[in-house]
Design a protein around this ligand. Structure first.
Ligand SMILES: O=C(O)CCC(=O)C(=O)O
Ligand SMILES: [Mn+2]
Length: 211
């Protein structure tokens, strides 16, 4: 399932680059120490105003399988799957995380989508973060706290002669940062599948720049 295209190239002690050919990922497994990550997870679980969004599909209303919070600068209005989101003002803890993410990623972010996966039944299905308000080829900084979960990527376009199995699966660790660099939203989709049997929570923050 994994081809040599996806072999992780160690660069520094703390960053691995995953070369996807037309895109790349930077993985900072230890962006936060285990003690910091434990504190931040507890703080986010209790301090964030988590919201249950609903999706309308074929006339039915279905709860999104995770809780969410959209946070950022006042003007960072965002929408997807027919939902319009007005940002919550920055929370002090999320600001601390943002500073660390910007330092590592070398990119500024004015907003963040927080996802709370209560257990293995919560998930996010195949998509790319390619809404027009993010620009043509956004860089996204994705931070994970809590339960380790597999994250999958697959090409958006089925190129002639390229096997559909040309996809990547990686574990997202407690306290890690995954920078999805240019090309990732343009040419790839990603998902966090359900993990039956998992009882532990996970919080993810995807930092974005709304133009
Ligand atoms: O939870 C994750 O790791 C991914 C979340 C995600 O893709 C998103 O919020 O757009
Ligand atoms: Mn996404």
């Amino acid at each position: 399932m994994q081809s040599s295209l996806f072999q992780a190239i160690p660069t520094t002690e703390s960053c691995q680059i995953h070369d996807l050919g037309n895109a790349s990922l930077r993985e900072y497994v230890h962006a936060f120490t285990p003690a910091q990550a434990d504190d931040l997870l507890q703080n986010l679980l209790s301090a964030i105003p988590w919201h249950q969004a609903q999706l309308k599909i074929a006339g039915r209303t279905i709860p999104v399988p995770r809780l969410q919070c959209w946070m950022g600068d006042k003007q960072s209005l965002y929408g997807y799957s027919g939902m319009r989101l007005t940002p919550e003002p920055w929370n002090a803890v999320v600001q601390t995380i943002r500073t660390r993410v910007q330092d590592l990623a070398g990119v500024e972010f004015n907003s963040v989508l927080l996802n709370y996966y209560r257990d293995g039944q919560d998930s996010v299905s195949w998509h790319a973060d390619d809404e027009p308000e993010l620009g043509t080829d956004p860089v996204i900084g994705s931070v994970s706290f809590g339960a380790e979960r597999p994250f999958q990527l697959k090409p958006k376009f089925n190129r002639p002669n390229s096997p559909r199995s040309e996809s990547l699966r990686m574990m997202l660790h407690h306290g890690s940062l995954l920078v999805m660099d240019k090309g990732t939203q343009r040419y790839w989709q990603h998902q966090l599948p359900k993990l039956p049997g998992l009882k532990l929570p996970r919080v993810n923050l995807t930092f974005r720049q709304i133009l």
